[in-house]
Design a protein around this ligand. Sequence first.
Ligand code: 5AD
Ligand code: SF4
Length: 473
Amino acid sequence: MSGTEGPAKLRSMRRFFLRTFGCQMNQHDAEKLGNLLHHQGFSPSSSAEDADLVLIHTCSIREKAEQKLYTEIGILAKLKAGRPELVLGVGGCVAQQEGAKLLKRFPVLDFVFGPQNITHLPAMVARAAEHQRSLWVDYDEDPQRRFELPERHPEFESVTPGRAFVTVMEGCDLFCTYCVVPKTRGREVSRSSGSIVEEAQRCADRGVVEITLLGQTVNAYGRTRPGQVADEIPFAELIRRISEIDGIERIRFTSPHPIFVSDDLIHAYGEIPELCPHLHLPVQSGSNRVLEAMNRRYTREDYLDLVTRLRAVRGDIALTTDWIVGFPGETEAEFEATLSLLREVKFVDSFSFKYSERPETPAQRRGLIPMDPAEAGKRLEALQLLQRDLTLAAHQARVGSKVTILVEGTSRRGVDQQRGRCEYNRVVNFVSPAAVQAGSIQDVEIIDATPHSLLAVTALTAAAPRSLELPIV
Ligand code: 5AD
Ligand code: SF4
């Protein structure tokens, strides 16, 4: 396919609108797409109606997420009926999964591309300007090519000021039986450590203080495998190198897999002050039978052992997790084991989902039958109720303590409060006599808690008389 710029029509295309679904990896991919379009001369528009190019960046992790694409295409098809020159593209995991079927089923689409092919976006746009449709879902022969992107422009960052995502690896080789990711994101590929550190440095140079390292199994980073580059280092060492960059005050990563939580990584929590004391470590189930059926490669006991070792190094670490309830064949007792693991670890928070059958996953190919959705729904509700109590208790235990937050801006609770995230990754709303700049780090004292957030005051507010009237910020 040619990457040549289309003539007049491409030059007349000015504005793009991008709609993204799904995880942080997808959010960051959307930032990359925005940047690529910026370098191609586009600027963002606030609605599809005002755009010359509309992209939908899709997620297929659960059926509900996939359905959103079809709703969206319906809306855009109507828009295109009135404006045939509108260019429409679909990227992300559904695009990879459905590929040619999508192009065939929806003639309104100009191009469809998978997550490994993001860097080819400018070529697809140029072809669309010449009325040629493209399908770009093959893997690049050079697995490093997906990491070669132009200079990032802060205008397209989806996270708050002061924060940035940096991709360290992509894909997954683990094949959990419920999961579509190894199919949509392909095999595990680590990026060169030199280019990761360089990108983090450039972020720091423009004022970023918090970096979130991203990858589907982020802590598998640097495993030696064919086709990888020579300068990979262990994941804990990568964190250490980034922590040495001037200006980087906080490092997070998502999502790790328990089997790659190495001793080095555990010790990093005791040795690297920039590494935030929060770990989102998906566990999925508390039942060994279910964990095995999911091909998670660890037992409940292995997971608990990790928790003990992490807490021995960093007693205050906040643990959060993911759960799937109603995996095919999950018995009442096996679900009870999930509840008991939640109680035992006392996760500060969790994301929980009903099992959703996905095409061509090992579970689907083996013909595992999803359980009654009503029963799965009840289990989900029970789990979420328990989590709510535990989250509230964890939040209440923080009342009276001091935390450090990265300020995000005005709170959703009203204009007299600002909002940020503490090192434990909890949302903290705070009152301050003067507005604090978004993107800066602020010490606060927690004074109240709800199941959703913490309420805090800055040192200045705490020192002020109780009757102080707080200014509107
Ligand atoms: N059904 C339900 N939840 C799923 N997840 C992944 N695949 C499925 C599925 N088929 C959940 C897991 C994972 C999170 C990102 O999404 O809990 O950790
Ligand atoms: Fe999916 Fe399992 Fe890979 Fe995570 S580790 S992306 S759940 S297959």
